[in-house]
Design a binder for this molecule. Structure first.
Ligand code: OGA
Ligand code: MN
Length: 221
C-alpha cells in the first residue's frame, strides 16, 4: 500500500515563502504578503467556504466559554471553526502544520498547536481595535489571517489596520484581497477591521503554546 499523498501543495514550494515570513517576524514582528497564499491552497479554502451555508456561521462572541458575550459594539461577524473533517480543510491544515514546524526550527517558538476559523463580515460588520492575546494570560503566540475576496476595490472598506505597539500609530492598512497573508505576534500588535461595504471572507488562525497541566490536554479553544 502507498501512503496517501497530499499533492495540492508541494512541501518544496513552501521554503521561500516560509523563510520570508520567518525573516520578517524576526525583524519586525509582523508581515503582510499580498497574493502569497499558494493557489491550490486558496482553491481548497474556497471549497471549504462554498459548502458552508451562511446559517452554519455562528455569530462570533468576544472571549470564550462563560465569558463569551455578543458585544455588537466590539465585534460583528460570523465564524466557523475549521475542523479536520471539513471538506477542503486538509491542505490548509497540512500547510499550517508545515509552517508551524518551520517557524519552530527557525525561530525556536515552540508552537504546539493551531486553531483557525473562517469568518464572514457582512455589510456594516467590523471588529474594533483589539489584541488577540493578553500578556501572560493566553497561549496564543502568533496570529495568521488570509483573505479570500476576489476583486476587492479600494472603496469597499473592510481593511485590517495594524497599530504600532508603542506609539499606537497606524502601521499598515491591509486591503483584504484574495490570497493576501498577514502574520503578527498576537500579544504585541493591536489591530482592527474597518466596517466593510461588501461580504468579506477571511480565515483567521492562531499558533499556540501547549499549556496542558497534569496530563489534562489543553483544549485548543
Ligand atoms: C480576528 C481578527 C482580522 C481580519 O479574527 O481576531 O483580527 O482581518 N481578524 O479578519
Ligand atoms: Mn484579531
Amino acid at each position: 500500500m502507498h501512503p496517501i499523498q497530499d499533492t495540492t501543495t508541494r512541501p518544496a514550494d513552501d521554503e521561500a515563502l516560509f523563510e520570508s515570513i520567518a525573516a520578517a517576524l524576526e525583524s519586525q514582528g509582523y508581515v503582510i504578503l499580498p497574493a502569497a497564499l499558494p493557489p491550490a491552497l486558496a482553491a481548497s479554502l474556497l471549497d471549504c467556504l462554498a459548502i458552508l451555508e451562511q446559517d452554519q456561521f455562528h455569530t462570533a462572541g468576544v472571549g470564550r466559554g462563560r465569558d463569551q458575550v455578543h458585544n455588537q459594539f466590539v465585534r460583528r461577524n460570523s465564524i466557523h471553526w475549521i475542523e479536520e473533517d471539513d471538506i477542503g480543510s486538509g491542505p490548509w491544515l497540512a500547510w499550517t502544520t508545515r509552517l508551524r514546524l518551520y517557524l519552530n526550527r527557525r525561530l525556536f517558538l515552540g508552537l504546539f498547536s493551531f486553531e483557525s476559523h473562517l469568518s464572514l463580515y457582512q455589510v456594516g460588520d467590523f471588529y474594533r481595535k483589539h489584541v488577540d492575546a493578553f500578556k501572560g494570560d493566553s497561549n496564543r503566540i502568533l496570529s495568521l489571517v488570509v483573505y479570500l475576496n476576489k476583486g476587492w476595490e479600494p472603496d469597499q472598506g473592510g481593511e485590517l489596520v495594524i497599530y504600532d505597539p508603542q506609539t499606537q500609530a497606524e502601521l499598515v492598512k491591509v486591503i483584504p484581497g484574495f490570497g493576501t497573508l498577514v502574520l503578527f505576534l498576537s500579544e504585541e500588535f493591536p489591530h482592527e477591521v474597518l466596517p466593510t461595504q461588501r461580504d468579506r471572507h477571511a480565515v483567521a488562525g492562531w499558533f499556540r503554546l501547549n499549556t496542558s497541566i497534569n496530563d489534562a490536554i489543553d483544549p485548543p479553544r
